[in-house]
Design a protein around this ligand. Structure first.
Ligand SMILES: Cc1cc2nc3c(=O)[nH]c(=O)nc-3n(C[C@H](O)[C@H](O)[C@H](O)COP(=O)(O)O)c2cc1C
Length: 387
């Protein structure tokens, strides 16, 4: 699709980058690899963020981190998300990306709610330590700016409703020279439960006035994206789970932002062909057919959500082992089955119930970082898999 300027919102400007359709594929570990980004790009227009890479792994140039930051020749802008807890390491990781011309955009992850990360003070609970947050963001901007690479911040609302950090963090990020901020409008305690609090996106937009504010959370359709823009005034949308098993959502989003009500409504034949294409791209990505197909298994339930497949065949898709095996399974589908409507729409992917975030003991007592916590934090990065 040739991007033209959106008729709903102006083009999204992230530092020197212009994203004509203000839509961002949310970074998702284990999902938004080069293969999946390519599928999404083939359908739509926007900015497609890679799976997060941890700063330490990138500095050490582990094979997995080098895989994560790889882009297709024609993929522009090349967007990478970095997770880190130590300003010096994050700075060094961003230097690898910017100095060596490996990325055109760097996003920083302050949204992870996983207990093994928050227990040590990382992820979504890190902005509570405001000096540390500002130091990490500052180190990333200092490393990227000389190379003209914009840095953005992706965060949650805070630890829980009594310990919100997003407005202050948004302002600090803006002061540090960040090019845009994105808010997943949930707290760490919310995890993936309930509905995202779009009102918070509106508050952030009112507060952070010099750089674009991107809204994230619970966009399952193009209509949801338009509604978020209207309700919050955000400058662009970030879409995660809604496109799992539905890369064509990016076509709907592009259409909606350009004033068209044409929507992709794939029958089973189109879904089967997307699954096959995804599998081929995954084999290219991992250069290992067996690993690629194992990685693809989780996508199967997403692709077939709402379609009649049958429990037994569904289960066999969940154990797919090779391209040949996949072809045998695809041949068993009723390819003439039309788009099932509502069953294929709405919420998909991770959900769950609220969890009281595990925090380091005494974490909430002060907004500044003590030395004991600094040590814990370094462990926090070692316990995250992202390269
Ligand atoms: C499987 C999965 C992996 C994720 N990995 C990351 C990640 O690496 N970095 C990040 O900032 N957020 C990550 N997220 C959060 C998403 O980027 C996004 O903020 C969240 O899913 C809310 O958006 P949605 O309602 O559109 O899904 C992940 C979410 C899911 C479901």
């Amino acid at each position: 699709m040739t991007p033209t300027t959106s008729s709903v919102l102006p083009a999204l400007r992230i530092g020197p980058l212009t994203v004509q359709t203000p839509v961002v594929l949310a970074p998702m570990a284990g999902v938004t690899n080069r293969a999946f980004r390519r599928l999404c790009r083939e359908h739509g227009a926007g900015l497609y963020v890679a799976e997060m890479v941890t700063s330490r792994a990138l500095v050490e140039r582990t094979p997995e981190s080098m895989r994560i930051i790889r882009h297709d020749e024609d993929e522009r802008p090349r967007s990478v998300q970095v997770y880190g807890v130590d300003p010096a390491t994050v700075g060094a990781a961003v230097r690898v990306l910017a100095e060596e011309d490996r990325a055109d955009h760097v996003d920083l992850n302050f949204g992870c709610p996983v207990p093994k990360v928050t227990r040590k003070g990382g992820g979504a609970v890190l902005p509570w330590k405001r000096d540390l947050f500002a130091a990490i963001v500052g180190a990333a901007v200092d490393a990227a700016a000389p190379h003209g690479v914009p840095v953005t911040v992706k965060m949650r609302k805070g630890i829980d409703e009594d310990h919100l950090t997003y407005l202050e963090a948004g302002l600090r990020a803006q002061d540090a020279g960040v090019a845009a901020v994105a808010l997943h409008a949930r707290t760490a305690a919310d995890y993936y439960s309930g509905t995202a609090d779009w009102e918070a996106i509106a508050r952030l937009k009112e507060t952070v006035t010099d750089i674009p504010v991107l809204g994230n959370g619970d966009i399952w359709s193009a209509e949801d994206a338009l509604a978020m823009v209207e309700q919050t005034g955000c400058d662009g949308v970030v879409v995660g789970r809604g496109c799992q098993g539905r890369p064509w959502l990016f076509a709907d989003l592009a259409a909606a932002f350009h004033g068209s009500d044409v929507r992709v409504r794939p029958g089973m034949r189109e879904v089967a062909s997307a699954v096959r294409r995804h599998a081929e791209l995954m084999v290219e990505e991992f250069d290992d057919e067996s690993k690629a197909l194992r990685e693809l298994r989780k996508h199967m339930a997403w692709y077939f959500k709402g379609y009649v497949v049958g429990g037994e065949l569904r289960a066999r898709f969940g154990l797919v082992e090779s391209l040949g095996h996949l072809d045998d399974l695809l041949a068993e589908l009723d390819l003439d089955q039309p788009y099932p409507g509502a069953g294929a729409e709405g919420q998909r992917g991770r959900a769950g119930s609220p969890k009281r975030p595990s925090l380091p003991e005494g974490w909430l007592d002060s907004r500044e970082l003590s030395e004991a916590f600094e040590r814990k934090l370094r462990e926090a990065e070692l316990s995250v898999s992202g390269g």
